[in-house]
Design a protein around this ligand. Structure first.
Ligand code: PLP
Length: 453
């Protein structure tokens, strides 16, 4: 094999226990050795708090449009937001399943039930389309910043957008969110789907007039081909999930909203009462954007962990090797096949891993069987139906509660873990057809038999 940074690292890491566990698809918790005090690193970050505020203000400007165009958002005055719910029954059942103590405060952030597209992608994906639409409308003199944005539902806007196109590559959920909002605004929109994308997602998009292109390959190839085709199409805006700061900022706004929800529920967040957030990670933009926002809002009182499938641990591999998007899970012999289609990503985002280097506490992995089992346990305990990907945040508390004192010292949680509020970010599920969900549940019943529980 030719010399390359990837081969060099793999050769040098031969005895590395983290790499060994990755290769064996063993579930593990990786602690990020580069995590730093937030105040020390804040100035060096490529994006700042004012960027988050700018994104938040843009979403507020569009609230008038959403109330009109998507009546399901009217209850929140056109703000796309999800509930934050305490799940005491799930805490008990999942703790038993994972052989851990029961956490006092386990909450689920229900992005699985976000309006419009039923996944976390209703944050970043929709945001980037709005940013583009706003720029076009300003450039063409149809809009002034102070206007009532319900005008985006009017004919002159639709005519303008009909002359422009949007393209995206996706494992499914990003395509759903971009497709739905783009088609509603009147854009021509093409979604490049990877082989693991579900049939129902393609059918739903086609029913809305979206051009769906199927690729017999994985996510990275679908994105690359979509990017190439978009480059060859004049007037086409490509939404680049592997390298987009606007997607990232769209996600980050969740932190401002979460701050308000925690305050409304009288949940303290400070050094004695840490907030620990567990985020399912695919390419990294969603969890990265949210974690980035949370660090700006709560500083060192918040601890963020990503969760990845054992077959697609691209962020763990990229951050641990420090090769980021130069290395893929296929490079270490993994197949990138997982039931967690939202997380079936073999190569991490070009920039998220580097931004997260000083901010992230760690990453853990979990098996497909674990995710199926959690789908079933969450349904049984809370009647909350989510897709397998969206359960990945649930085992996070148990990794910490089962950690030794030394690990907790490193994380600064040794004396405060018992006061922590744990939030598992549920990232998708509401649009999954009931018969598909029933299949996940049945697979979970089977999977549960494999575990000592
Ligand atoms: C996209 C997605 C994620 C992760 O977001 P990334 O930006 O790809 O890291 C997690 N869960 C679900 C259900 C998703 O669709």
């Amino acid at each position: 094999m030719a010399d390359s940074p990837v081969n060099d690292w793999i050769a040098a890491a031969n005895d590395d226990p983290v790499l060994r566990s990755l290769r064996q698809c063993r579930e593990q918790l990786w602690i990020n050795p580069k995590r730093s005090a937030f105040e020390r690193v804040k100035q060096q970050l490529p994006l700042s708090f004012s960027d988050i505020e700018d994104a938040s203000a843009r979403l507020e400007r569009f609230a008038g449009y959403f109330s009109v165009a998507f009546p399901e958002t009217a209850a929140r005055d056109g703000i796309i937001e999800s509930e934050l719910v305490r799940v005491d029954k799930a805490a008990k059942l999942i703790a038993e399943f994972l052989h851990s103590d029961v956490p006092d405060n386990l909450l689920i952030k229900c992005d699985s039930h976000l309006p419009i597209s039923g996944s976390i992608k209703a944050r970043g994906g929709i945001y980037e389309v709005l940013l583009y639409a706003e720029q076009l409308a300003l450039e063409h003199g149809l809009l002034q910043l102070g206007d009532d944005y319900s005008c985006f539902a009017s004919e002159p806007f639709r005519q303008l957008f009909a002359q422009h196109s949007i393209a995206v590559g996706s494992t499914g959920n990003l395509g759903l969110s971009i497709g739905i909002i783009s088609a509603k605004l009147g854009f021509k929109v093409t979604v490049h789907m990877s082989a693991d994308a579900r049939e129902w997602k393609k059918a739903l998009l086609r029913s809305k007039g979206v051009n769906v292109v199927e690729h017999p390959s994985d996510y990275s190839v679908a994105v690359a081909q979509g990017r190439q085709e978009a480059l060859n199409t004049p007037g086409c805006h490509f939404i680049d999930d592997e390298d987009s700061t606007s997607l990232f900022l769209g996600y980050s706004v969740a932190a401002l909203r979460l701050k308000r929800q925690l305050a409304e529920q009288n949940i303290p967040v400070d050094a004695e009462h840490p907030l620990i957030v567990y985020l399912p990670c695919g390419v990294g933009g969603g969890p990265g954007g949210i974690a980035f926002g949370l660090k700006h809002v709560f500083g060192d009182a918040v601890h963020c962990f990503f969760a990845e499938p054992t077959h697609s641990p691209c962020m763990l591999l990229g951050m641990h090797s420090r090769l980021h998007n130069d290395i893929s899970v296929q490079d270490i012999g993994l197949d990138n096949r997982t039931c967690a289609d939202g997380l079936a990503v073999g190569r991490a985002s070009a920039f998220v891993g580097q931004v997260m280097e000083p901010l992230l506490d760690g990453i853990y992995t979990l098996s497909d069987e674990r995710m199926y089992a959690l789908v079933t346990l969450l349904t049984d305990s809370e009647k909350l139906a989510v897709e397998p990907s969206a359960t990945a945040g649930l085992p996070g508390f148990a990794w910490l509660m089962n950690s030794n004192q030394e690990t907790l010292e490193v994380l600064g949680l040794a004396s405060s873990l018992h006061n922590a509020t744990h939030i598992a970010w549920a990232t998708g599920g509401n649009m999954v057809p009931v018969d598909e969900m029933a299949k996940y549940y049945a697979l979970g019943v089977e999977a549960l038999k494999q575990f000592k529980f």
